[in-house]
Design a protein around this ligand. Structure first.
Ligand code: G3H
Ligand code: 13P
Ligand code: ZN
Length: 331
């Protein structure tokens, strides 16, 4: 039995992106796999009055069970209502890799899907993306496509090097496929180890500074498709504060480097309307759980370590929405 996202209280991303483009900010897309992440995302975005995209990968569906995840999303909308939050909430498939997966998500109440054909040839990417768009638009579901390849891990696909998006291709891709937004590759990458240390420079505080994002490519893309919503994947900042807590409490994350917040702030003021964040949330949870385990070795009530982790994640989200994406206070 299929269910429309509208019955679950979600919205698609059209209106969100229109407002983000006009208001020069980016809508946060936070990944979740479990209840605590979802609670933090809803509370963080509700309290900061930010629109939000709840993002589910196929890894998350496999981990948590698709039916349970969708119902968690439904519960999150109701919880937002209980708290009096009026922010729009989208439920989005992250890195959908097949037409069938996109259809299955649309039938189970997703309001937006990504079809990631970036690992295929250009023509195959166009064909696959168009097929998904033709189906999704019948149900008023928005579709994100991708051109260019990010280095790092996308589910089971690992790319050693990034291939930047070619501005010459974007107009043709957007018009042939009918996508509603486009993920591009301008130097971001997935995970907590976004750059090789040898590609970074050391600043005076001994912190690794990565090479800057290719804003020149972004500008060229904007000229080719003016006013079209752009998406940045792999946009976690890998906040040094949480990496340090992890390492001080028995972890070992050496040379973890992310995208500097200043550059994300700049991107959010451009045609970039959606910024994807997963790793930063993972790091916050890991840091706080490690800290409790280290400081209280006799603690075994999950609420006593998941609770503080969830609260810290809420604060991180409020801070990111307010100081980096600029999405706070928009609803
Ligand atoms: O882009 C990938 C996201 O961070 C999701 O990661 O596939 O491990 O759930 P995952
Ligand atoms: P990060 O690994 O930088 O958080 O990127 C997440 C992402 O792009 C999800 O699609
Ligand atoms: Zn991604």
């Amino acid at each position: 039995m299929s269910i429309s996202y509208k019955e679950l209280g979600f919205v698609n991303t059209n209106e969100m992106f229109k407002k983000a483009m006009e208001g020069k900010y980016a809508v946060p897309a936070y990944n979740f796999n479990n209840m605590e992440q979802l609670q933090a995302i809803i509370k963080g975005c509700g309290e900061s009055k930010s629109p939000v995209i709840l993002q589910v990968s196929s890894g998350a569906r496999n981990y948590a069970n698709p039916t349970l995840l969708r119902n968690l999303g439904k519960g999150a909308v109701e919880m937002a209502g209980d708290f009096g939050y009026t922010v729009p909430i989208a439920l989005h498939l992250d890195h959908g890799d097949t037409y069938e997966l996109c259809v299955s998500c649309i039938e189970s109440g997703f309001s937006s899907v990504m079809i990631d054909g970036s690992h295929h040839s250009y023509d195959e990417n166009v064909q696959l993306t168009k097929k998904v768009v033709d189906y999704a638009h019948k149900y008023d579901v928005t579709v994100e496509g991708e051109l260019g390849v990010l280095a790092g891990i996308e589910d089971d696909v690992v790319a050693a090097e990034s291939t930047y998006t070619q501005p010459a291709e974007v107009e043709d891709f957007v018009s042939k496929t009918g996508v509603d937004s486009l993920a591009i590759s301008i130097g971001t990458s997935h995970g907590a180890f976004k750059f090789k240390p040898e590609d970074c420079t050391l600043n005076e505080d001994g912190i690794l500074v990565p090479p800057p994002l290719r804003f020149d490519i972004l500008e060229e893309i904007e000229k080719k498709i003016p006013g079209f919503p752009i998406v940045l994947h792999g946009a976690s900042s890998v906040l040094p504060k949480y990496v340090a807590i992890i390492n001080e409490n028995g972890g070992s994350l050496e040379a973890a480097v992310g995208i500097p917040e200043k550059q994300l702030r700049q991107a959010a003021q451009s045609a970039v309307c959606k910024i994807n964040i997963d790793s930063d949330g993972r790091l916050v949870l890991t840091a706080m759980i490690r800290k409790v385990f280290n400081e209280k070795p006799d603690e075994f009530d999950p609420r006593k370590y998941l609770g503080p982790a969830r609260d810290e994640l809420t604060s991180m989200i409020i801070n990111k929405n307010t100081n980096v994406l600029g999405s706070s206070g928009k609803y």
